[in-house]
Structure formats: C-alpha cells, structure tokens
Design a protein around this ligand. Structure first.
Ligand SMILES: C[S@@+](CC[C@H](N)C(=O)[O-])C[C@H]1O[C@@H](n2cnc3c(N)ncnc32)[C@H](O)[C@@H]1O
Length: 283
C-alpha cells in the first residue's frame, strides 16, 4: 500500500467527490432523525497543501483553487467551498493551506446527534484521523479494512445514513471486484442505506463493466455521475471520475444535473470537458 492522499488532496477528483458528498449529507439533514456516516477509506482527514507531498504535485491548483472565486453556485458546491474557505480564514484567496478530506467535510456538516464511523487501514493516516477527531464523541475511528468493517457494522442503529466508498484503486481493476463483493453483502444487511462509490476513469472499458454490474445485479435506484477532463483513451492519466449513488435522495439527479456543468466549466477552463448524469437502474 503506497497510496497517500496528501499527493492528490484538493485535485479535480476531490472537488467532484466532495461537492457530491456535501449534497448527500445536506439532504440527510432534511429530516430531524439522526443519521450515520460511514467512510470506508477515510484517509487522514485533513491535508497540508504547503506540505512536501502536496507541493510535489500541486494538484490542487488545477482543482479546488480554480473554484475559490466562483460565484452563483449550486447550493452543495457553495456550502463545500465555504467550508474550505472557513478552514483557510486568514490566508490570501489563492493561497489555501488546508484542504479537508471527506471525514472532515462530513463532520463539519453533521449535527449533534449524527454519528460517523471512519475506517482507514494505514497506521499513519488513521493516527492522524484519531488525533483530528479526539474529543469528538460523535466520531469513531477504526484502523481496519473498510470493506470488512461494513460486514461487521451494518446496519447502523440509526437506520438511515450514507456509506462513502472511496478506495485508492492501487489494485486497478481488482478494486472494482472488491467493491462489488462488499456491496453484495452490505446491500443484504442494509438495503435502504445510501451508498456513494467514487471511481477513476482512465480507459472507458473497465468503468463500463462496473456500471453494467449494477444493471445486471438489478440493484434498484442507482444513479451515476461522471465528469471527464481528458478524453478517456489513456490508461496513464486520470482522465475523469465518476460517482455511483445507490438510493439517492429525492430529486438528487436534478441537483447533479445542475452541479456537474458548473464543476466542469470551472475545472476545464475552456479545454476539453464532458459530464453526464444518468440512472443505471430505477425503482
Ligand atoms: C482515496 S484515499 C481516501 C480519501 C478520502 N476518502 C477523502 O475523500 O478525503 C483512500 C484511502 O484508503 C486507504 N485504504 C486503502 N485500502 C484500504 C482498506 N482496505 N480499508 C480502509 N482503508 C484503506 C488508503 O490508505 C487511503 O488513505
């Protein structure tokens, strides 16, 4: 396991993923009943963009940085960017130093009664997570395999909530198989849960196979959003990414249809860009 998210924090894929995550968590707050947030691959939670790893790649400069001045944005994007700006209060507009990972974004949106279960396999990353959330009784951090944890911990007592599955895809196509295996049992244990699964798009073929799996398994209510910033014909590059949402909130397809063109416009900056939102399966 070599993957360290610090090299990629705040890149275009994070912006896509975290804006959608914000929309999903906000939708859970429409009801008063508390919810549970699961993050199977949580990362370190918070990233130093001035640190050695981020400075090596500077990926955030073609990601979150391109949106910091944007105005008149869809609600989820606006809320997400405000969190980033608030964490960087005091920095100059284009000189952000801190980027929040998915657990920090979710925790900043959660209410007193909501709970989060965060899994991270790497010792260093999970130690950072534990430190970040020390004293926050709403949040439990587990240094363990996130897929196995789903088997042990679903369904949550709250009976409503969201599972974010955001693996590093170091195993390339085998990661898709691991996700499918985990979903097979998770959906048996908790069929009504909301699941958001992020995936990279390099070549088109593996992602088509992945998308077809949801149709073939006849998993109901599967929405898919994809954004490409390069044509999908190079295995060497992250050309784009997608998010599968199982059991999305009411009218979330419309939210995504509003959000994605705005993201694409700001991130592509006049160069190649495509986005799509489609239902893979309905009721
Ligand atoms: C893409 S990063 C997660 C980023 C994070 N979700 C975010 O949006 O800020 C993937 C993380 O999964 C961790 N990881 C890899 N295999 C894992 C596994 N089987 N279970 C839990 N965590 C794992 C890696 O150490 C890495 O920190």
């Amino acid at each position: 396991m070599n993957y360290r998210h610090a090299y990629h924090a705040g890149n275009f894929a994070d912006v896509f993923k975290h804006a959608i995550l914000t929309g999903l968590v906000e939708s859970l707050k429409a009801k008063q009943a508390p919810f549970r947030y699961f993050d199977t691959h949580a990362g370190a939670g918070r990233y130093d963009l001035r640190g050695e790893q981020a400075r090596k790649t500077r990926e955030h400069e073609a990601g979150v940085q391109r949106l910091l001045d944007a105005v008149r944005l869809p609600a989820a994007l606006h809320i997400y960017l405000n969190l980033v700006r608030a964490l960087n209060a005091g920095s100059k507009a284009h000189d952000i130093a801190i980027y929040p990972g998915s657990p920090l974004i979710a925790s900043l949106l959660m209410r007193d009664g909501d709970r989060a279960t965060l899994c991270e396999l790497q010792v260093d990353e999970s130690a950072q997570l534990k430190k970040l959330f020390a004293g926050d009784a709403r949040i439990a951090v587990h240094q363990r395999d996130g897929y196995a944890a789903l088997d042990a911990l679903l369904p949550p007592v709250e009976r409503r909530g969201l599972v974010l599955i955001d693996p590093p895809f170091e195993a390339q196509e085998a990661e898709f198989d691991a996700i499918q295996g985990a979903l097979n049992s998770a959906l048996k244990r908790w069929p009504t849960g909301m699941y958001a699964i992020w995936y990279p798009i390099k070549l088109r073929h593996p992602t088509q196979r992945f998308r077809r799996w949801f149709e073939q398994r006849r998993i109901p209510k599967v929405l898919c959003a994809e954004m490409l910033l390069h044509p999908d014909n190079s295995a060497l590059r992250l050309n784009g990414c997608g998010m599968i949402v199982i059991n999305p909130p009411w009218k979330f397809d419309r939210q995504l249809a509003e959000l994605l063109p705005v993201l694409r416009e700001h991130l592509a900056q006049g160069r190649f860009g495509e986005q799509r939102v489609e239902w893979l399966t309905a009721e």
